[in-house]
Design a protein around this ligand. Structure first.
Ligand code: ZN
Length: 417
């Protein structure tokens, strides 16, 4: 298990698979490896923090084999305030390109208009010569030290001394806007998501290295597996799930090589002079694209558009699409359990009615149902806002963006008057 120190002594961010949800990053674990504060799998035991609602899960100290712990050396610095991040990220927008490949994706796979792609200011993280872009950004600002504490940037040691460059995988960069049109962070939709092992039952394993793709273009990886006391090296192929049952037909284990997370925060918390994106974690606020031309930095969105009703969905691009399709303001949050991050901005916007619109395939899962229940209880306690849930059949589209692209609108049911 790879861990990263947090601001709270004795607590670490889990950088490899979280023992509860299986995803990388965001979830916390204590030093003794007995308690996990998972950000994605709800439980009745929780608390709210600057990174969202943290769900407490207790690990059985006897059942859980203590995995070897690696703690990242942390030479990161505190994240700078939003107005500073906005200044640096707006300089970055002027220097970063949008690659033809990402432009095509937005145009053809996401059904964006060319005008909208330009106004939303999507960009591409290049593979090479990132230091040149960092240098150009510094030239637009006043000082080298302006990049200090800005998530994504970090210092690298070179032959002629340290220099600034940028972290992150190659991919489409999606800006996160605050309710005052400050750009306070980015997510990268990575071109090549890292591979992960999905395992159930009596098996342990890790990916050692990615191999060349097979003839049909599927990704492959060499993996070290442990089944009971036996260790073995196996080459696995993506989406080729192996299930092992005993002679009597009982389930023993299953394993599958899968593509992992597509969206990652642009962060540099594990790097020299870098900064972590968390605390407070940005949430993305999308207005319909025609508003963007008139929206000054520092101007609260409710002076541009009626914000008495605000919609909420998962993910920034989906929020951008939904704002245009619905002609409403839409928040994009990093997960269904992250609703507590919305409280302050919704109050500032003078919102009276919040409509949650999660993907049709997740809205009926126990995790999302529990998150919604807690969300209703939270808003009832903290605000006098009404809460509704938008629903539709999956055959009409998976996400809110797909539904709207098909010229359909969701049914709305009231959860809290
Ligand atoms: Zn987790």
């Amino acid at each position: 298990m790879k861990l990263r120190r947090t601001k709270h002594a004795g607590w670490y961010e889990v950088m490899t698979a979280c023992p509860i949800c299986g995803h990388k990053g965001w979830c916390r674990i204590n030093h003794e490896q007995t308690i996990v504060h998972c950000m994605r799998v709800p439980s009745d035991d929780y608390f709210d923090s600057v990174i969202g609602r943290q769900f407490r899960h207790y690990l059985d100290p006897n059942a859980v084999p203590q995995t070897k712990v690696e703690i990242e050396v942390n030479k990161a610095v505190e994240k700078k305030p939003d107005h500073h991040l906005n200044r640096v990220y707006r300089a970055l927008i002027k220097e970063l390109p949008l690659s033809p490949q990402h432009y095509e994706h937005l145009l053809n796979d996401r059904n964006f208009d060319p005008d909208v792609i330009r106004l939303r200011e999507y960009r591409s993280m290049p593979t090479q010569e990132r230091y040149k872009i960092a240098k150009s950004v510094i030239n637009r600002l006043s000082d080298q030290s302006d990049l200090l504490g800005v998530p994504g940037f970090f210092c690298q040691e070179g032959r002629y001394g340290p220099y600034w460059t940028m972290s992150g995988s190659t991919g489409l960069m999606v800006p996160f806007r605050s309710i005052t049109n400050e750009i306070t962070g980015w997510q990268i939709r990575v071109d090549e998501p890292p591979l992960e092992l999905a395992m159930k039952g009596a098996i342990k394993g890790e990916i050692l290295e990615e191999l060349e793709r097979d003839e049909s273009g599927k990704r492959r990886a060499r993996c070290q597996l442990q089944i009971q006391d036996k260790k073995l090296l196996v080459d696995l192929t993506e989406k080729d799930k192996k299930v092992c049952n005993s002679k009597s037909g009982q389930f023993v284990f299953s394993i599958e090589l899968k593509q992992g997370q597509r969206y990652w925060w642009w962060s540099s918390g594990s790097k020299d002079n870098g900064a972590s994106i968390g605390g407070p974690l940005p949430v993305h606020f999308a207005l319909p694209h025609p508003c963007l031309k008139y929206w000054q930095v520092g101007q609260t969105a409710d002076t541009i558009m009626d914000c008495s009703e605000v919609w909420v969905t998962e993910g920034p691009i989906k929020a951008d699409k939904a704002a245009d399709g619905l002609v409403k303001p839409v928040f994009g949050i990093p997960g269904a359990g992250a609703f507590s991050l919305l409280l302050q901005p919704l109050k500032e916007l003078g919102c009276k009615h919040v409509v949650f619109a999660y993907d049709a395939d997740v809205v009926k899962t126990p995790e999302v149902e529990m998150a919604l229940e807690q969300c209703v209880e939270f808003f009832a306690r903290e605000t006098d806002m009404a809460i509704s849930l938008a629903m539709w059949d999956i055959s009409q589209g998976k996400g809110l963006d797909d539904l709207l692209d098909n010229n359909l609108i969701p049914k709305i049911s009231t959860l809290l008057e």
